[in-house]
Write a protein that binds this ligand. Structure first.
Ligand code: NAD
Ligand code: TYD
Length: 341
C-alpha cells in the first residue's frame, strides 16, 4: 500500500466488513476509508455506530454492480480496494442461487473492470476456504489445493477468485486473494450457526443441528481475520493467494454444546434436523504460507473468544432482537418450518 492510503471497503456494513472498519480505526488510524455497501438484509448501519463520518471515513449506499458509481469513487484517489461485498449464506444460495452469481461474480467483475482504469495499487478479494470443497478426516487446505466448490455460494466465490487470477495475469491488476475459515464474533447476522445458536439458547428455543452434527469447521475470531487482511494488504505479493485459519477445528455438535455450557442452557435444546444438501464434511486450513511470508498468526484463544462473543450477544440483545423480529422471521420459517428431523 502506498503512503497516502485511501481504501474502498465494499460490504463494510456486514459482519466482517464492519469489524474491519472498527479494526482499521483502532489499529491503522492513518488509513482513509470509503465504505460502499448496498445494505441488503445482511447490511446494518448499527454495526458502525461510533464511527464518525469525516474526511477520514465516509459511507456510501450503493451496489458493487454499479460500474459508474464505482468508477466515480475510485477517481477520488482510491489506492486500494478490499472486497467484502457478497451474498454469504450457504442455505440461501441453495434456495435461490441467482443473487449469489449476480453479486459475487458479476459484482466482483464490475469492481475489477473499474479498477483497471484507476490508480489502484492493491485489490484484495476476500474469499473463503469453502472454494476448496470438503476434506476427509485428515489433511488441510493449501493454497495449491484444487478448487472443488460444492454449493452455489462457494461456486460463486470460486468464480470470483478465478476472475481475480485472470485479471492479474491478463491485465496486470495487483490482485491478492485471501481464503479464510469460518469466523465468529460480534455483529454476525443471526442466520449463521454461531449467533443463531447463541441467540436461540438465550431465548430458550431449540438449537437446530444439521444431520449428525459431526461436520467439522475451523473457527477464527473475526479480529484475527481483520489483522490477517491488513497484513495481506500491507505486505502481500500481488498475484498470490493466502489461506487464513484459526487452527481451531471443532465438530458442529461440540460448538453447540460449548455454547449451551456458556449460556447455562440444557442440552435438551439441541434438535437434529434434516441435513443441508451437499453439506461439506470438514474444512481445515494450513496457515504455513501467511505465517512464514507475512508473519501473521491468530492471537485470540478460542475459549476466550467464544466466551467474549457470547457476552457480546448477551449485552447487545436489542441489536439481534430487532433483526430476529423483523424480515428475518419469514426467512426462518421458510428454512426451518419444513425441516423437522
Ligand atoms: P455478510 O453477509 O455479513 O455481509 C455482506 C455485506 O455485503 C452486507 O453488508 C451487504 O449489505 C453487502 N452487500 C451485499 N451485496 C452487495 C452489493 N451488490 N453491493 C454492495 N454491498 C453488498 O458477510 P460476511 O460474513 O461479513 O462476509 C464478508 C466476506 O467475507 C464475504 O465475501 C464472504 O464470502 C467472506 N468470508 C466470510 C466468512 C465468514 O465466516 N463469515 C469466512 C470467509 C470469508
Ligand atoms: P454456517 O454458519 O452457515 O457457515 P458455513 O456453512 O459457511 O460453514 O454453518 C456452519 C456449520 O453449521 C455448517 O456445517 C452448517 C451447520 N449449521 C447447523 O448445523 N445448523 C444451522 O442452523 C446452521 C445455520 C448451520
Amino acid at each position: 500500500m502506498p503512503d497516502d492510503k485511501l481504501l474502498l471497503v465494499t460490504g463494510g456494513a456486514g459482519f466482517i466488513g464492519s469489524n474491519f472498519v472498527h479494526w482499521v480505526k483502532k489499529h491503522r488510524p492513518d488509513w482513509r476509508l470509503i465504505n460502499l455497501d448496498l445494505l441488503t438484509y445482511a447490511g446494518n448501519l448499527e454495526n458502525l455506530e461510533g464511527i464518525e463520518e469525516d474526511h477520514e471515513y465516509r459511507f456510501v449506499k450503493g451496489d458493487i454492480r454499479d460500474g459508474e458509481l464505482v468508477s466515480k469513487l475510485l477517481a477520488e484517489g482510491v489506492t486500494g480496494i478490499i472486497n467484502f461485498a457478497a451474498e454469504t449464506h450457504v442455505d440461501r444460495s441453495i434456495d435461490s442461487p441467482s443473487a449469489f452469481l449476480e453479486t459475487n461474480i458479476l459484482g466482483t467483475q464490475t469492481l475489477l473492470d473499474a479498477a483497471r482504469d484507476s490508480k489502484v495499487e492493491r485489490f484484495l478479494q476476500v474469499s473463503t476456504d469453502e472454494v476448496y470443497g470438503s476434506l476427509g478426516p485428515t489433511g488441510a487446505f493449501l493454497e495449491t489445493t484444487p478448487l472443488a466448490p460444492n454449493s452455489p455460494y462457494s461456486a460463486s466465490k470460486a468464480s470470483a477468485d478465478m476472475l481475480a487470477r485472470a485479471y492479474f495475469k491478463t491485465y496486470g491488476l495487483p490482485l491478492l486473494v485471501s481464503r479464510c475459515s469460518n469466523n465468529y464474533g460480534p455483529f454476525q447476522f443471526p442466520e449463521k450457526m454461531v449467533p443463531l445458536m447463541i441467540t436461540n439458547a438465550m431465548e430458550e428455543k431449540s438449537l437446530p443441528v444439521y444431520g449428525d452434527g459431526q461436520q467439522v469447521r475451523d473457527w477464527l475470531h473475526v479480529q484475527d481475520h481483520c489483522s490477517a487482511l491488513a497484513a495481506i494488504l500491507e505486505k502481500g505479493t500481488p498475484g498470490e493467494v493466502y489461506n487464513i485459519g484459526g487452527g481451531q477445528e471443532l465438530p458442529n455438535l461440540q460448538m453447540v454444546e460449548r455454547i449451551l455450557e456458556i449460556t447455562g442452557r440444557p442440552a435438551s435444546l439441541i434438535t437434529h434436523v434434516k441435513d443441508r444438501p451437499g453439506h461439506d464434511r470438514r474444512y481445515a486450513i494450513d496457515n504455513g504460507k501467511i505465517s512464514h511470508e507475512l508473519g501473521w498468526a491468530p492471537s485470540v484463544p478460542f475459549d476466550k473468544g467464544i466466551r467474549e462473543t457470547v457476552d457480546w450477544y448477551r449485552e447487545n440483545r436489542p441489536w439481534w432482537d430487532r433483526i430476529k423480529s423483523g424480515a428475518y422471521r419469514d426467512y426462518y420459517d421458510k428454512m426451518y418450518g419444513s425441516r423437522s428431523p
